[in-house]
Structure formats: structure tokens, C-alpha cells
Design a protein. Sequence first.
Length: 227
Amino acid sequence: MHITSKPPILYFGTPVVLIATVNEDGSSNLAPMSSAFWLGWRCVLGLSAVSKTTHNMRRTGECVLNLASVDNVAAVNRLAKTTGTDPVPQVKARRGYRFEREKFAIAGLTPVPAQTVAAPRVLECPVQLEAVVESAHELGANDEALRGRTIIFETRIQRVHLAQSILMDGERDRVDPDKWQPLIMSFQQFYGLAPRKVQHSTLGEIPESMYRSPDLDRAIAMETAST
């Protein structure tokens, strides 16, 4: 039995990402978000137009997408209602946000250098994706009520760093979904995945190599050129 409903948000469950960017003075900013999805070696992000991360990504054209695991939940919570924008934008102030300059320090996380971008990786995150901005546009740009509130970024991944603990045995380029436990945000609450798959997946019978993106070949060429 279904009813017609009007929930104020439609966050049915997506992975938590810690986005690292570089501020104007060269310091690092780190912000948690969960409006993200991946296609091939590209990631689409939805961010508040007034966030420091948005300003940094527009200015520098790059970032690192650090995917949090269930083990990182305390650090994410420490970052959750902070912003690198001073003064705090009114929309965030009304929601209880406060300005914090030293995001890595308050989260208890460790910045480590990336290889293709200036923004740092988060050592404690099992997945670290170095990315560049390919395009950005406003969500609802043709709607006066929505215009100017949210920016949609399309990013291209240039380099991937994976913790060995989440790889398939004997593999270096395949993540084991039974080992990888992403932190999930669902209707503003944290969740993890079930410890095992629910059922065999028919789609899982298709080799991952058949989904290979030209962006992967571009990333390999960049890595080869730099060595």
C-alpha cells in the first residue's frame, strides 16, 4: 500500500565523500558531502553555491574525493557542521554551522600529498580519487526559486589510490565489495552496508573490463608521461 507523500528531502542513501580542496592562501579545506555519483571515471557532485569547497573548485579546477568508510564516521561527524567560509553564510548559520580553518586538525585526519593535483588526500580514507573539474553549472538555473543555490560539478578522475585491505585477493585493480564498507548517508543518518551481498547479481556476471572508460586510458597516459 502506497500513499502520496511530501518528504522535505529525498536522500535515499549515497556514500559519504570528504572533498579536499586548496584555499586562496594555499592551506587545505576539507568538507563532507553525500550528493555524489560515479559513471566510469567521472564523478558528479552537487554542492551548495556558498560553500568554500565550491569556491575553491571553481577557482582551482581540481580536488581530491576521499571516500569515507564506516571506520571514519567519528571524523565525518566532527566536520559535519563546519565551514571554511568566514563569515559563515546565513543559510549555514541558521543550521548551526561554525567557521573552522583547520579542518584536518579538528577531524583528526592526516593530509598526504596527491600526485596530480595540489589538494591533499586523506590518509585514513580507503579510497582517494584525484580529480579535475570538467564542467560546472547551476541546478535549476531556469527556476527563479532555485537559481543560485546549488552547483553541479562534473569531475574527471586522474588517479585512484586504494587501500590494499579492500582489494580482491591477488588483484591490484579490483575492489572487493565484501571488503569495502562505505559510509552511507540516508536521510541525514549514517549507515553501513550489510556484511554480505543479498543475492547473486546477474549484472555482476559482466566483466568489469567491459565498462572501461576512455578516461582510464587518459589517466594511464598521464602517469606514463610523468615517469
